[in-house]
Design a protein around this ligand. Structure first.
Ligand code: ADP
Ligand code: MG
Length: 306
């Protein structure tokens, strides 16, 4: 196993009396896209800013790229697109990226090459000489993404990269995130927009009120608790309905709906129906979306508190 990109043993952040991050731990594997999801105010930006020493955590133990969090030289290997990033309207895309590149320790000539390469990567080559003020939100964010890569970072933090971006722009940003991963970088994405993160993140953690309420590989989270719907030809007989409901299934008319690990779990329902002479018309598997996982996790965390 390679060293995780981030290994938080314990982090906590209070703003005055308010506890924005309750003691939590988190591991982010290297070379993957990691999504930190949660509603507004959950503490996502606070977590990222704490790792980058932009805010001072109340308590923080752990490593970033194998070095103690806060280790200055390591921060030079980090890229960052802050939430609501705003660059001056009068600068062109090229000027924004080139200025950021020259802020790093690379010599000017390399900064120029790097700028062109990054503008191409984010699909802004054509528009590079137009002013930022004329760009759409999606284009601004793409310039912001290029800006986050000028120091050739090992890990990139993107705080709500698609916030306020139209659907087409979001798809483009998702593509750029995938390219970053293909280049071997770890990408840490904060987002309250689930569908996009579901499409791009290898792993996610769900943060609610400063606590992690769910985490795992995206594929496993959306798989666990698959739902199956068995449809009969005609209504499900009353005795069977009662029996299925005792087992936790929902029955309405010709439909029996149950949550189970895999298709094996519904065979009992099919057998029972057939034994009672009922014709099974179809069996549908509906995958849980990350949105459902998210809503369930948030509900459970609220329930746990009351
Ligand atoms: N500088 C600050 N001072 C006081 N409270 C803050 C500060 N920054 C954030 N908070 C509070 O901390 C909580 C988490 O904020 P934030 O990390 O921005 O959440 P998210 O990024 O998930 O929307 C919110 O309730 C917010 O109001
Ligand atoms: Mg935020």
């Amino acid at each position: 196993m390679s060293v995780p990109a981030i290994e938080i043993e314990s982090i906590q952040k209070r703003y005055g009396r308010f506890e924005a991050l309750k003691e939590l731990s988190l591991t982010v594997p290297a070379g993957s896209v990691f999504g930190l999801l949660g509603p507004n105010g959950a503490g996502k930006s606070t977590l990222v800013k704490s790792l980058l020493t932009i805010v001072r955590p109340t308590l923080c133990r752990g490593t970033l790229l194998g070095k103690k969090i806060g280790h200055r030289p390591t921060l030079a290997k980090v890229g960052y697109l802050p939430e609501h990033a705003k660059f001056p309207d009068y600068l062109t895309g090229r000027q924004i990226v080139s200025y950021s590149a020259r802020m790093t320790k690379v010599v000017a000539k390399q900064a120029t090459v790097k700028t062109e390469e990054l503008l191409e990567l984010v699909g802004m080559g054509h528009w590079a000489d137009k002013r930022n003020g004329t760009y759409s939100k999606g284009m601004r964010q793409r310039v912001g993404l290029a800006q986050a890569l000028v120091n050739d970072p090992e890990i990139v933090f993107l705080d709500e990269p698609t916030d306020g971006v139209d659907p087409e722009g979001r798809v483009e940003i998702r593509g750029i995130i995938e390219k970053m991963r293909d280049q071997g970088r770890t990408v840490f994405v904060n987002s309250h927009l689930l569908a996009e993160v579901e499409a791009v993140a290898d792993e996610v953690a769900i943060l609610a009120q400063g606590k992690i309420v769910e985490r795992g590989r995206t594929a496993d989270l959306v798989k666990s608790g698959s739902r199956f719907i068995v449809r009969a030809l005609g209504p499900v007989p009353f005795e069977l309905k009662a029996a299925f409901e005792r087992e936790g299934a929902k029955v309405a008319g010709d439909r029996v709906e149950c949550e189970c690990e895999d298709a094996k779990g519904v065979q009992g329902i099919i057998d029972a129906l057939r034994k009672a002479g009922v014709v099974v018309r179809e069996v549908i598997e509906t995958r849980t979306s990350l949105e459902e996982v998210f809503m369930r996790a948030i509900r459970q965390s609220k329930g746990g508190e009351s």
